[in-house]
Design a protein around this ligand. Structure first.
Ligand code: PAN
Ligand code: ZN
Length: 184
């Protein structure tokens, strides 16, 4: 049977040009992220920090999800806008990220507190091992757009991040970024 895909994705722009049945979009505001930034800012809690759009399948073994995250540009008390970051509940599940637009960092860490930072930019490819927590940080004045592919049954463990956090945080310092170590 000849069929045209229900989804068209522009890989240069990171835009869904045709949205199929499994298309999903979520927006995360400062209200959703207040526990994740180092300091709180209680004004403008409706400010959008990032959005995730994707083709999301049932959480069943063998299925794959495809998504694109757009982290907007900005800071909360000088800490750059970022995603919550998470471990996969299923620690065996790895993930691919790839840069589409903008400039950012991929912060990864394991449960022993070892961390790494990778520069994310157009066409950079990042393989995230199953046992690594991962967070995207936008360090520029334009949107950071990053593609992702992960197993649908990965799950997201945010509790561990709220409880322990990542070992470093990324702050704006003049025209660049500064890596600040935090005590856990
Ligand atoms: C991504 C992330 C997305 C948003 O699709 O879920 O970038 O980040 P948080 O989930 O940490 O808020 C992914 O890593 N999926 O597994
Ligand atoms: Zn993930």
């Amino acid at each position: 049977m000849f069929k045209i895909s229900d989804t068209y994705f522009n890989f240069n722009q990171g835009i869904f040009e045709k949205r199929g049945e499994k298309y999903l979009k979520v927006k995360k505001t400062l209200k959703d992220l207040n526990d994740f930034f180092l300091t709180k800012k209680n004004v403008n809690l409706d400010e959008i920090i990032y959005k995730v759009e994707g083709v999301i399948h049932e959480e069943k073994e063998g299925q794959l999800n495809f998504g694109v995250t757009t982290v907007y540009s900005g800071t909360i008390n000088e800490e750059f806008y970022m995603t919550k970051g998470h471990y996969h509940k299923n620690l065996f599940n790895a993930e691919y990220y790839w840069g589409i637009k903008g400039k950012g960092l991929l912060l990864m860490c394991d449960k022993s507190g070892n961390y790494s930072l990778e520069k994310v930019e157009k066409n950079s490819l990042h393989y995230i091992l199953g046992e690594k927590a991962h967070r995207l940080i936008n360090i520029s004045s334009e949107n950071l757009v990053v593609g992702a592919c992960w197993a649908s049954n990965s799950g997201h463990n945010y509790q561990e991040i709220i409880r322990k956090g990542f070992p470093v945080r990324i702050f704006k310092n003049k025209d660049t970024f500064e890596i600040i170590k935090v005590k856990n």
